[in-house]
Design a protein around this ligand. Sequence first.
Ligand SMILES: *Cc1c(COP(=O)(O)O)cnc(C)c1O
Length: 392
Amino acid sequence: MQLPAQRLTSLPENFFAKLEARIGALQRSGCEVIRLDIGSPDMPPPPPVIQALSSSASRADAHGYQTHLGPLALRQAWADMYRRVFGVSLDVESQVLPLLGSKEGIFNLLMAWINPGDVVLVPDPGYMTYTRGALFAGGEPHFVRLHAGNAYLPDLAALERHIPSDVLRRARLLWLNYPNNPTGAVANLEFFEQAVAFARRHNLLLCHDAAYTQVCFDGYRAPSLLEIPGALDVAVEFNSLSKSHNMPGWRLGAALGNPQVLQALFRIKTNIDSGHFRPVLDAAVAAMRGDQSWIEERNQVYQARRDVVVAALSRLGLAVSVPQAAIYVWSAVPAGWTALDFATSVLEQSQVSLTPGTVFGAAGEGYVRIALTTPTPALTQAMQRIAAWRAK
Ligand SMILES: *Cc1c(COP(=O)(O)O)cnc(C)c1O
C-alpha cells in the first residue's frame, strides 16, 4: 500500500482522539470516567430552535442543495445580531460569510491567505487550528506567548522589540481569541485598538476568533474586535453559534469583516464545500432572532459551575484565576508535576479527565484546562475525587 500524502505530516494525531481511546479502555474495565477535557456545551438550544429545524425539515422543498452563501435571511440574522450585541453595522452582501462552524473557516482562511514561507503569528497557548492551518498552508507559525503576568494578552510592544525583523517582515497574519480558550482571559477595547494599530503598522491581517463573546459571567460583556473604528480595513472576526447558542454539533459559524478577505475565503469554500442543510440554516435564523434572555440564564449555570471548580482547586492550593467568560478554568498543576503527568495521573487515579495545557502549545506547560460543560453534581464529584487522591 502507498503512504498518505506528505502534507499530513503537518497534522499530528489529535490529542483528544488518543485520549478517547484511553478513556474507552478505562470504561470497559468498569471505571466511570468524568470528562472535563473537551469543551462541548452540554445544554440544548431553546425549544423554538428545534421547532424551526423540524418544521423546515418537513417541507418538501427544503432538501436540495443550498447556495454557498445560504439564504439572505441568515446573513441578515448575523448582521442584526452584530448590531444588537456589539453595536456593529455590517453590509450583509460583502461583510458576512456563513461557515460550516467556525473551525472550518479558520482553517480555510489560512489556506486562502497564506503562501509558503509566510509567517503566521499564533498565540501560545491557543486553539490548535491556528497552527495546524498555518502549517497546512505551508506557512510558518511564530508563537506569541501569552502568560499570566500580562493577563494572557500578547504583549505587542515586546513582540515588536524582540521578534527578528525578517520574521516580522514575513508576517502576514495575527490570531487573537478573546474570551480566550484555554485560559478564560478577556480583552478590552483598548487592547483591540492597539491590535488594530499593530496590524496597520505591519500590514498584517488581524483574525479574531470570537467564539465565546456571548458566554460571560459576573455582568461582564465581551466586545467584538469589529467595534474598533477602522477594524474592517484590516480584520476578520470568526463567530459561531456553537458556544453562544449551545449548538456545537450543528456546525454554524460566520466570518465577518473585511470584504476582500471574505471573498478569498469564499473562493476556497466554493471549491470544497456546499451550502448547509436548509433546516439547519432556518434553525440558525430562529436561534439568532428568537428571545435571547435564556442566554443569561445559561451563563449563570456555567458561572455556578465555575465557582465550584475554582473553590475546589483553591482548597487544593492550586493557582487558579477566576474566568469572566468562556467555558474553562485554567489551573496551575501542583509544584513538581508536568501538565501531562498531572492530567494522566488524575485520569488514572481519580477517573477524571482534564486537558493538559501543553495540548495548546509549549507555553501551556504547568497548567491544565478544566471544561465547565458537565452538570454541577458530576463536577462536584470530580473535584471530590481529585481532592481524595491528593490527600492520600
Ligand atoms: C469552540 C471553539 C470554536 C468554535 O468552533 P465551531 O467550529 O464553530 O464549533 C472556535 N474557536 C475556539 C477557540 C473554540 O474554542
